[in-house]
Design a protein around this ligand. Structure first.
Ligand code: 5GP
Ligand code: ZN
Length: 140
């Protein structure tokens, strides 16, 4: 038996409130919602990192995120916006090592928010960082 909790949810060994699904992706309610209607969208295949997703999985996961987002706005009277979150790796706060997008309904003043990190960076620093990442993306 797979020890991954989301794999167990996908194989119905653990119950969940399923919202929608496609060939490669499934959406279900988070058991500890930040706001009512907080949904998790996951690939059916066990993959820890979104950078390891196949193109078709990535496409279907994000298609389902958009579909769920439309559904939340239509279904929940107080849903004025949506926050998306994906923690990739323990350092980023990922607790369940199976790719998942958090799709969180938002309303004005709901108190949920990202802490504002960061300071304005200098042009040279941004240029150097941009070059480093571009190079890695361009190399075969
Ligand atoms: P992470 O911290 O990895 O980004 O998010 C993991 C999420 O999975 C958390 O928001 C947590 O509430 C949710 N979660 C953990 N266990 C279960 C479960 O058994 N069922 C459901 N539906 N969600 C779960
Ligand atoms: Zn899994």
């Amino acid at each position: 038996m797979c020890v991954c909790i989301f794999c167990q949810i996908l194989s119905h060994q653990i119950p969940s409130i399923r919202i929608a699904e496609s060939d490669r992706a499934v959406a279900f309610l988070d058991i500890r919602p930040v706001n009512p209607g907080h949904v998790l969208v996951v690939p059916r295949r066990h993959v820890a990192s979104f950078t390891e997703l196949e193109d078709v999985e990535g496409d279907q996961v994000f298609d389902l995120v958009r579909r769920v987002g439309r559904g939340l706005k239509a279904a929940l009277p107080g849903c004025e916006g949506i926050s998306l979150s994906l923690a990739d790796g323990e350092a980023a706060g990922q607790e369940v090592p199976h790719v998942h997008f958090h799709v969180i309904p938002r309303s004005t003043g709901d108190g949920f928010g990202w802490r504002r990190f960061g300071e304005q960076a200098g042009r040279e620093t941004l240029e150097a960082t941009g070059a480093l990442i571009r190079q890695s993306l361009e190399s075969p």
